[in-house]
Design a protein around this ligand. Structure first.
Ligand SMILES: *Cc1c(COP(=O)(O)O)cnc(C)c1O
Length: 361
């Protein structure tokens, strides 16, 4: 079966010597390997204000904490995402306020977000779901107008672009995940990219109990309690080797562009229109199909995994207070589907996928 997701690990000859060296170096906690990976990632994402952490969830939690979000506050978000986007909001004590999605793309609808803004709104959480980039032209305008900061959950969107620039420096906070099934994995890991240099030092402290690493432990005075969210040298070493293989990230994008062209006009399929000035990372290829169950069965009988993958977040009991009607979400949820698009999909497989879809179901 061709899977929807699959971890890429760099060749043994490159990876194992690097891991062996760091494991027996005596320095396996946060150290030089972390700062090296941080630098490399910072260069790739074209943002000098970047910190690596031990998960994407940690990155989101740090962003929310930096904004001082807590009980009595509201964060506008989408149910069309993986759980951590919204469980981290719940963790702060703030209320998740659902906005509806754009039925054509599955991404947050700027007009719906605008209508949900109240005096308690402290942030807008944008998810570049499946690697499709949100309508940043409109969201940037809303953020400028209202002064409400944006947190971009870019866990699905490593390598996506806005205005020709790689995602990672548009908003005050952009969070990435290097969990097993994301475009690039460090086994587990994440990063937070910041727009404001002033947020950097605070974020650095928050990732390590609230301590300042530049000052000795005896001279340290914790003013705000932080977390234990730093990355260690082992995961960072893995990350440095993985990041040498940008062709892997590029292959998702090439496959996605191929499907965009090859599936044009295919009957029973509605392709996603991408927003102005955005370029997806195609972590998963997303489209809408009629008779989705039959579609998935047909694809599986051909040895190709096809599925909606994510469960909408607003149905969890923890968010029961946030419940509201989301008309477009309901419609989208019945018809969207993902097909494999990643580095393991070679030319032959992608042609087969297109042939199967064109034959019908
Ligand atoms: C994976 C993921 C996260 C969290 O990443 P972890 O590294 O697993 O903590 C956050 N948001 C979305 C949308 C994700 O898919």
């Amino acid at each position: 079966m061709i899977p929807l997701v699959k971890p890429y690990i760099a060749p043994k000859e490159e990876m194992l010597p690097a891991i062996e060296k760091i494991l027996y170096s005596g320095y396996i906690a946060e150290g030089e390997a972390v700062y090296k990976f941080e630098n490399e990632l910072s260069n790739y994402l074209n943002n000098p204000n970047l910190l690596v952490v031990n998960s994407g969830t940690a990155a989101l939690h740090i962003a929310l904490t930096l904004l001082g979000i807590g009980k009595g506050d509201e964060v506008i978000s989408t149910p069309m995402t993986a759980e951590p986007t919204n469980t981290t909001i719940a963790l702060t004590g703030a209320k998740v306020v659902w906005a509806d999605i754009d039925e054509e793309t599955g991404l947050l609808d700027p007009e719906s977000v605008r209508m949900k803004i109240s005096e308690r709104t402290k942030a807008i959480m944008l998810v570049h779901y499946a690697g499709m980039v949100c309508d940043l032209d409109k969201f940037n305008a809303i953020s400028e107008e209202t002064g409400i900061p944006i947190i971009e959950d870019s866990a699905h969107c490593l390598g996506g672009k806005y205005n020709g620039n790689i995602i990672g420096s548009n908003s005050r906070f952009t969070c990435f995940s290097f969990q097993a099934i994301k475009q690039m994995t460090t086994v587990d890991g994440g990063a937070i990219a910041l727009k404001d240099e002033k947020d950097m030092e605070k974020a650095r402290k928050l990732r390590w109990f609230g301590l300042d690493k530049k000052v000795s432990r005896l001279e340290n005075d914790i003013k705000q309690a932080g977390f234990k969210y730093g990355m260690n040298n082992v995961n960072a070493t893995i990350g440095s080797v993985q990041l040498r293989h940008k062709e892997v990230i590029q292959r998702y994008i090439e496959n996605g562009k191929y499907f965009d062209e090859a599936l044009k006009g295919a009957s029973g399929v509605t392709l996603i229109p991408y927003y102005n000035n955005t370029e997806p990372s195609y972590w998963l290829y997303t489209m809408k199909v009629g008779d989705r169950d039959d579609f998935c069965r047909m694809m599986e009988s051909e040895g190709i995994m096809a599925s909606p993958l994510h469960h909408r977040s607003d149905t969890h009991s923890v968010f029961s207070e946030s419940k509201c009607s989301l008309e477009h979400m309901d419609k989208w949820y019945k018809s969207f589907v993902h097909i494999p698009c990643g580095w393991w999909v070679d030319d032959e497989v992608r042609e087969k996928i297109v042939d199967c879809i064109k034959k019908g179901w």
